[in-house]
Design a binder for this molecule. Structure first.
Ligand code: GDP
Length: 204
């Protein structure tokens, strides 16, 4: 598939602020620790540089951000879908109460939208998964949400060590099935593969 249009549509902290969507609209959700490269990935996927903000200040975005994309499936058919950017988790400085609120609000969203086709969980390829990554992964799996784990910033390590790091992440989060996708927003690595995954789900 090819992305032909991408635009920001809404930010929300509660359900009444979600953008109007039809029953058949599909959502693809992105979660990960602050600074994992989520905004960069959304920009890279949509090929629109300033679509999601990227910042050096982790933990700043505390809202659900909705982006509407249009994909060209073939010469004659187009389909719109949504990318949903969740606030980064595991940022120590937001404090315990804020983290609890985060969880409540995110859980409400993840458990109430029938349109979610895929949750992409981003983990930095350079590091062993942190506790927040592991807990999030387990929770998403327990809820039966369709998951794609993405190892971000793949350009930051040598090609030789990519597989070793993928394995360490896989073991660290206790992933039994599915495949980890290495991604580099800087180089575009993994973009085609992720678009393939999205494209297949759009056709379903
Ligand atoms: P977010 O907080 O998860 O949205 O993370 P950002 O997208 O803002 O990225 C955090 C930092 O990592 C920024 O300085 C980005 O430029 C950098 N970054 C993100 N993705 C990549 C990548 O694929 N390669 C490299 N080299 N840097 C990246």
């Amino acid at each position: 598939i090819q992305i032909i249009r991408a635009e920001y549509v809404a930010s929300a902290v509660k359900q009444s602020q979600y953008p109007p969507m039809n029953e058949e609209d599909k959502e693809f959700v992105f979660v990960g620790r602050s600074n994992v490269g989520k905004s960069s990935l959304i920009n890279s996927l949509s090929r629109q540089h300033g679509l999601a903000r990227t910042s050096g200040t982790p933990g700043k975005t505390q809202t659900l951000n909705f982006y509407q994309l249009t994909a060209k499936l073939d010469e004659t058919s187009r389909q719109r879908f949504f990318l949903v950017d969740l606030p980064g988790y595991g940022y120590a400085r937001t404090g315990r109460e804020a983290r609890r609120q985060w969880a409540k609000f995110i859980e409400e969203y993840l458990l109430s939208s029938p349109r979610i086709k895929l949750v992409c969980q981003l983990i930095d390829i350079r590091h062993k998964p942190m506790e927040s990554d592991i807990l999030t992964y387990r929770w998403l799996e327990e809820q039966g949400l369709p998951l794609q784990v993405i190892a971000t910033k793949a350009d930051k390590i040598s090609r030789m060590t990519v597989n070793k790091q993928l394995k360490a992440i896989q073991e660290g989060i206790g992933m039994r099935n599915g495949q980890l996708l290495p991604y580099s927003s800087a180089k575009g690595t993994g973009r085609d593969q992720l678009l393939d995954v999205i494209g297949r789900l759009l056709l379903n």
